[in-house]
Ligand binder design. Sequence first.
Ligand code: NI
Length: 171
Amino acid sequence: MALLEIKKYPEKILAQKTEPVKEFTLELQKLIDDMVETMYAAPGAGLAANQVSVSKQVLVIDVSMTEEKIPLIVLINPEIVYIEGESEFEEGCLSLPGYVTVVKRAEKVKVKGLDRNGKPVEVEGTGLLSRALQHEIDHLNGILLIDRIGRLRKEFFKKRFAREKVLSKSR
Ligand code: NI
C-alpha cells in the first residue's frame, strides 16, 4: 500500500465530475487500498478518488471514530436514491485544510452503488454517515463544501484563502 498525495483547493481536478468505473481490475483494488490508507493517515472520515488525482467514481468512508458500529465503507459509482429531512453541522475537508464551516445537508440518505468487487450494495445513513456520504458524493460530482454554503460565505472563504496564500509566501 502507499500513501497518496491529497489534492487541495483550488486544484482543477476537484472541480471536475468523475467517470464511472467499468472494470474491477487489480489496479482498482490497489487504488481503494491506497485511498483507505491515505484517509486513515490524514486522518479523515472520508476520501474521494479525485482528491488523490484519479477521476473515477470511487469513495471510502470510515466514521467509526464517532459511530463505533459502522464499518469501513467502499462505494463505487454511488448514487443518492433517497433523501429525508435537513441538518446543519460543522464540516471540514482534507482538500480545504484548516477550514471548518456549517453546511446544510439532508439528515438521512440512501445510496446505491457497487462494492469493490462490483456487487450491488445499498447504504443508508443518518447523522455523520449521511453527511459523509453526501460530502464524498459531492466530491465525485466536482462539488466542494464551499459550493454548499451560499455565495457570500464562499466569497469570504476565497478572500481568506487569498490572504493566507500571500501570508504563507511572505514567511
Ligand atoms: Ni472533502
